[in-house]
Design a protein. Structure first.
Length: 102
């Protein structure tokens, strides 16, 4: 599941790069900074990326997830700081939703 989520997140990052001057360094892989220190995204761009990932997860995996919620805000380190952190957090959310459906 994690590899599929990584593909989705990277595809959404590429879509962002295609329309924005603020480029996410996709070549850095999981360590690519998204938000915060050294991050390419401002708060509006981050929200747009999160929504794109949520929509892609629903379209490709048929799973509804909400990534920007109290759970995300309560994390010790932001799940939106790097591509890898977003992949890990999104994978955990997808796995959680799939286990609820079982």
């Amino acid at each position: 599941m994690k590899d599929k989520v990584r593909q989705i997140v990277l595809a959404c990052c590429q879509e962002h790069n295609d329309v924005s001057d603020a480029q996410i360094d996709i070549g850095s892989g999981d360590s690519a900074a998204l938000f915060g220190v050294g991050g390419a995204l401002d708060s509006i761009a981050l929200v747009s990326l999160i929504v794109a990932v949520e929509q892609a997860i629903e379209a490709e995996l048929d799973v509804l997830v909400t990534l920007a919620d109290d759970k995300a805000a309560s994390q010790k380190t932001s799940p939106f700081r790097t591509v890898g952190a977003l992949v890990d957090y999104t994978t955990a959310c997808v796995d959680g939703e799939l286990s609820v459906d079982d």
